[in-house]
Design a binder for this molecule. Structure first.
Ligand SMILES: Cc1cc2nc3c(=O)[nH]c(=O)nc-3n(C[C@H](O)[C@H](O)[C@H](O)COP(=O)(O)OP(=O)(O)OC[C@H]3O[C@@H](n4cnc5c(N)ncnc54)[C@H](O)[C@@H]3O)c2cc1C
Length: 587
């Protein structure tokens, strides 16, 4: 199959999406007339349902009442600085790109000047103002156009910033006020074609601006999948995944992005960075390809990649297990990893995260209510679990029917040996799918003066509890330090398992009511938590990347020689710093 084009309109913004907040306009959590939380729209399994436990849960955990009528007002008239003029560049660009693929509209420019870092850029864009905004936005459609664009930027002294889905959570798209050149955001969304499928070698050549949902839709229509499913897959793009070193929920079966991508093309101001052959592995010295992973917009435009594809699995089966406590759940995860029979996805939530997901359940009625009461009673009376201690694992198994059946039997018996009690496939599926709706909760709670942020890290198996305990303690200490209302919400999940360790994902919520200088406090909290992670020997990031948010810690994880080598490599590919976004080692 060749050239599977997907429809995207010209320069206008995608009207189905929120301007700055997460996700689709048809979907949002809201308190309805009866004071009950509901999710609007029809997009997700939980859309259209009421969640009567959620509002009381939030107040209970945060330890204070929330007045539903007292809402923080967003900045109704954001100030968007006038664009810095670049008339010659613009004239030249309009000979390459059709006029409707070049825009200096203020709203369009603002939308292209931030990612999704909650307590920093998103807070600024909603409640304050961004200091620096892109001056122009352009939409290339092909590698050839991208090359010409880069050449023109070099000639006219313009700074280019690649824009994928704008979903990064590392301030990677935050623009520096110190950048005096005109900044041009290069929106890759029109480069969203599956160019070809190689059925024999099971690969597809794909343009880098394709989103995860577009990619899966296009491939599924032909009987294939990639299987890369980051929680942001509806909006994040192939180019974004490569440049941030992304990780998908089903990495155990399909790999992280660096295993999925066989070949990648990046256009730098000095030319193409790629390799010519299509072999699955090569011993050809240091691979320039590897520099593209994690390049965070610093080196050039990723225009296309060859990715591994797989036949749509015969079966996808979900399961869930409840464990008496988090340590028992961790022991189960380790044994599962060691057993070698690891399902596509297995994730473990701590007690608070478990209760959070329970609070998002619709009200059970009739038989369902009876069933839930029996389950709860059985856990407490029969299995002697303390509901304030239990943890839960959700499992996704994918493959042939026999493979899935084998995994299911194995996981069930292993869970049992750690006192795991089966929670059913419905709960497993719910836990997996919940992840797509959860992103909207941050934006629901923000107007009630509740800040939400996530932190992720990786660490070795023997250090999990140290990292988790350190972060939880840091959240408490920071809460006290800044004299915040009530209590913090701080939960932990293990979202990925590896031979030698895991990825740990934290969700942090706290009240920002009464703060005179919220942004300063958020920044201090962000740094306090990251300090705690690093001091406990967690990594700087498992998959969110460095961007500008974690830049200040790079010296602690990278020698100055490594950093200067990277800078010199960048200089050789981009001597005039056309790609001057200044992320990671290049800030
Ligand atoms: C709700 C939510 C859930 C998330 N879940 C996950 C998850 O499960 N796993 C995970 O790994 N991450 C996750 N993330 C983070 C984010 O989705 C990833 O970092 C993603 O890879 C960013 O892709 P993007 O297309 O949105 O890139 P953008 O945010 O647009 O850009 C990120 C960086 O990449 C550069 N870039 C983008 N496209 C190109 C290109 N074509 N060429 C060169 N540079 C480019 C940009 O300049 C920027 O520096 C999540 C984020 C949110 C908000």
């Amino acid at each position: 199959m060749a050239d599977k084009a997907l429809n995207r309109s010209g320069q206008s913004l995608d009207q189905s999406l929120h301007d700055h907040l997460w996700g689709y306009r048809d979907t949002r959590f809201r308190l309805n007339e009866r004071g009950v939380v509901e999710l609007t729209g029809h997009r997700y399994d939980m859309s259209g349902t009421e969640m009567p436990l959620f509002w009381p849960f939030v107040q209970d955990i945060l330890g204070h009442e929330i007045d539903p009528t007292d809402l923080k007002s967003p900045n109704a008239a954001p100030v968007v600085p006038e664009p810095r003029p670049c008339p010659e560049f613009r004239r030249a660009v309009e000979t390459v790109l059709a006029k409707d693929r070049v825009s200096d509209n203020a709203k369009v420019r603002l939308n292209h000047s931030h990612g999704q870092t909650s307590n920093w850029e998103l807070y600024q864009v909603i409640y304050e103002n961004l200091e620096r905004v892109a001056d122009l936005v352009v939409w290339p459609e092909s590698t050839e156009e991208a090359k010409q664009l880069i050449q023109l930027a070099g000639q006219h002294g313009v700074c280019l910033v690649p824009y994928g889905g704008g979903t990064n959570v590392s301030n990677a798209l935050l623009l520096s006020p110190a950048e005096t050149r005109p900044i041009v955001s290069v929106d890759m969304s029109r480069m969203n074609r599956v160019l070809s499928i190689d059925e024999t070698n099971q690969t597809a050549c794909v343009q880098a601006g394709i989103t995860g949902s577009e990619l899966e839709r296009a491939l599924r229509a032909e009987g294939w999948i990639v299987g890369h499913e980051p929680d942001s897959m509806e909006l994040s793009t192939l180019g974004g995944w490569i440049s941030t070193n992304a990780s998908g929920m089903k990495k155990n079966r399909y790999g992280n992005i660096e295993q999925i991508v066989e070949k990648v093309t990046l256009i730098s101001p000095r030319g193409e960075i790629t390799h010519h052959d299509s072999a699955p592995r090569r011993s050809a010295g240091i691979q320039p390809r590897d520099l593209v992973f994690g390049s965070e917009g610093n080196l050039g435009l990723i225009t296309e990649a060859v990715v591994n594809i797989h036949r749509i699995p015969e079966e996808t089966r979900y399961a869930s297990y409840v464990f008496p406590d988090f340590p028992r759940g961790v022991d189960f995860m380790l044994r599962l990893q060691r057993s070698g029979v690891v399902p596509a996805s297995v994730r473990l939530v701590d007690n608070l995260q478990f209760r959070f997901s329970q609070a998002l359940k619709p009200e059970a009625t009739g038989l369902k209510a009876v069933e839930q009461t029996i389950q709860r009673t059985a856990l407490e009376k029969l299995y002697r679990f303390d509901l304030r201690n239990i943890s839960a694992a959700t499992v996704v198994m994918e493959g042939s029917r026999s493979e899935v059946s084998h995994q299911a039997r194995h996981i069930k018996s292993l869970a049992k040996s750690f006192r795991g009690v089966a929670g059913g496939s419905e709960n497993g599926k719910r836990g997996y799918m919940l992840t797509y709706a959860i992103a909207y909760i941050r934006d629901f709670l923000a107007p009630y003066y509740i800040s939400g942020e996530t932190y992720e890290t990786s660490t070795t198996w023997d250090n999990i509890h140290n990292v988790v305990d350190s972060v939880k303690q840091a959240a408490l200490d920071l809460h006290a330090k800044h004299n915040l209302y009530g209590n913090p919400f701080i939960s932990a999940r293990i979202t990925q398992v590896y031979h030698s360790g895991v990825c740990i994902y934290f969700t942090h919520g706290f009240s920002n009511r009464g703060l005179e200088n919220p942004l300063e406090v958020f920044i201090d909290i962000e740094h306090g938590i990251r300090e705690a992670i690093l001091a406990a020997d967690g990594s700087i990031s498992h998959h969110h990347g460095v961007g500008k948010l974690r830049q200040r810690y790079l010296d602690r994880v990278m020698t100055s020689t490594s950093r200067s080598m990277l800078r010199e490599l960048k200089h050789s590919a981009d001597p005039d710093n056309v790609f001057g976004i200044g992320n990671g080692a290049f800030g």
